[in-house]
Design a protein around this ligand. Structure first.
Ligand SMILES: Nc1ncnc2c1ncn2[C@@H]1O[C@H](COP(=O)(O)OP(=O)(O)OP(=O)(O)O)[C@@H](O)[C@H]1O
Ligand SMILES: [Zn+2]
Length: 531
């Protein structure tokens, strides 16, 4: 069997200024779904997430809470890791920028850019948003000098000696990159944003701070601390080290570099699509394959964020509704790249309609019929004996290809809708063929054919939705009498499994079915106990 290509994906390394919220969970859920789909196909996968722990934002937050910065970092990093567990996120690496190995990587990288002549000392004046950890152009600010992302934080004037990175030197190389690799930045709206930013002309940016000790000292001048973003982006590289590796760039880049996909929110697009590739060029390293900047989850039109505090608590959501429900809602409901406003009533209605009714009831009523009409076993027929004109066989046979395309294009809502189309067609098929009447008329062969076609369609749906709803998919398989745990990375990556399970017609005849149980309990509409 040919070796399938490796796949590496990153989420942002989240600031540890506050516990994670549903926005941080959103990016991580998507990344996990992409990673799970690649694993399902048998590809070697590395999913990187982690935390960005340096800088003034963290130092100040720790001060406000009466903690030393490392305590603040340890507490919040742990809350991220435990949320990912609750949401069934299977990351391979959790990169923390306060790890000593990371400092070694940053020093080596800085030195290599320094040796390339791309770092110099100069005076920096400008408006700084501590919540963004970014200098802002005056024209970008709201009235009263507020940050346009952190609308409750006013920017601060800075005038200091900083080390600068010669970004301007990479103007034409960056333009060539965007031209030659039109897919480097996605979706197109984000690409256009970057193109027009770069067209205006790139300025060198400062990569050190003075009067800040919470960070990594500049190797050539320890009075200065490396700018948090210069350090944080390299957290992706540190994460590539195997635990036993010496922390050198060579070791880090040996296996998984370049990263296939940096998945981020649109707030940090410039860092990933402009600064980061230029930094890599300066160090003579390969560039990542693609950067996807998704939209914001909003509340009343404003980006939910830790700094604004207008967030939803993902733990409360998981406690109330379960991980699969949360995963399904965000992947199915929001078109990646667009903003999405969260609405709990819509959440409940969608899950009731699609998971409880369309999918759950279909499985339940078909299993009950199989219990009555086929002795609790899968019907004793083979898929090849079902006519190729059969509606479900037809739809099911081409489904994997469409769903694969959708996952590859990161169009999860489309992937879910494609599967849902088979589920809905199965419900209609069952109603139209009415196996209960066929049974009364003694048409056993027809009953078996109908039940096989529906059960097999449910199985295929569960398989293809498993990157989104791994627990429900495992439960569907169990009820169908098939042992496969979609949270078991090794089990799902067995060679040949994808080819076998992603096609229509895999369900074996005459096998004992599992016990039928309601798959997904209907949710109550929110009243006063709303999230
Ligand atoms: N409202 C949101 N919608 C979608 N993604 C979000 C949202 N908020 C944060 N994210 C994700 O988190 C990343 C930013 O991480 P960060 O740690 O800065 O979180 P934050 O909540 O935006 O913090 P702050 O409000 O302090 O800026 C974004 O690029 C995106 O991946
Ligand atoms: Zn800001």
């Amino acid at each position: 069997m040919p070796q399938l290509s490796r796949f590496s994906i990153t989420t942002p390394l989240y600031y540890v200024n506050a516990a994670p919220h549903i926005g941080s969970a959103y990016t991580t859920l998507i990344a996990d779904t992409v990673a799970r789909f690649a694993r399902l196909q048998g590809r070697p996968v590395l999913l990187i997430t982690g935390t960005d722990e340096h800088g003034q934002k963290i130092q100040r937050t720790a001060q406000e809470r009466g903690l030393v910065p490392q305590q603040q970092c340890d507490r919040v990093a742990a809350s991220f890791a435990s949320l990912w567990k609750r949401l069934d996120i299977q990351y391979d690496r959790f990169s923390r920028t306060t790890a000593p190995r990371h400092a070694a990587i940053v020093r080596e990288f800085f030195q290599s850019v320094w040796d390339n002549g791309d770092i110099y000392l100069a005076r920096k004046q400008g408006w700084y948003c501590v919540a963004c950890e970014e200098f802002k152009e005056e024209r970008e600010l709201l009235d009263g000098k507020y940050c346009s992302i952190h609308t409750n934080k006013s920017v601060e004037w800075r005038d200091e000696q900083n080390y600068f990175f010669r970004l301007s030197k990479y103007q034409s190389q960056l333009e060539a990159l965007y031209r030659d690799r039109p897919d480097f930045i996605q979706p197109p709206a984000r690409r256009n944003e970057v193109l027009s930013f770069v067209e205006r002309g790139l300025n060198d940016f400062s990569i050190s701070r003075v009067n800040l000790d919470w960070g990594i000292p500049v190797p050539t001048d320890p009075e200065h601390t490396i700018y948090v973003w210069f350090d944080a982006l390299l957290g992706y590289v540190t994460a590539l080290l195997d635990p036993a590796d010496e922390p050198t760039l060579e070791n880090a880049l040996a296996r998984w570099w370049p990263v296939d996909l940096h998945l981020i929110g649109k707030d940090i697009l410039r860092f990933h699509a402009v600064y980061w590739p230029a930094m890599l060029m300066a160090a003579g390293l390969d560039l990542p394959q693609r950067v996807f900047g998704h939209g914001f989850l909003t509340k009343d039109g404003l980006k939910m964020g830790k700094s604004l505090g207008n967030t939803l608590d993902p733990l409360a959501m998981v406690d109330k509704y379960g991980a699969d429900a949360v995963r399904y809602y965000f992947l199915r409901e929001v078109e990646l790249g667009q903003d999405g406003d969260f609405n709990e009533t819509r959440f409940v209605n969608l899950l009731n309609a699609e998971l409880a009714n369309d999918l759950g009831n279909l499985l339940n009523r078909t299993l009950k019929m199989a219990g009555k009409y086929c002795g609790g076993k899968t019907p004793p027929i083979a898929a090849v004996d079902i006519s190729s004109a059969d509606a479900l066989k037809q739809l099911g046979s081409s489904l994997a290809e469409r769903v694969e395309d959708a996952y590859r294009a990161l169009m999860f809502n489309r992937a879910c809708q494609e599967v849902l189309a088979l589920v809905r067609a199965s419900n209609k098929y069952l109603d139209d063929r009415a196996p209960w009447s066929l049974y009364k008329r003694g048409e056993q062969a027809a009953v078996e054919q109908v039940l096989y076609a529906v059960l097999e369609s449910v199985r295929l749906s569960a398989y293809l939705l498993s990157p989104v709803i791994p627990n429900l998919s495992t439960e569907i398989y169990r009820q169908l009498g098939i042992v496969l745990d979609f949270n078991d990375k090794t089990a799902i990556a067995q060679p040949g499994l994808y080819v076998e399970h992603a096609r229509w017609g895999t369900l074996a005849p005459d096998q004992l079915l599992g016990e039928a149980k309601p798959l997904f309990a209907r949710l109550e509409l929110p009243t006063d106990g709303a999230l």
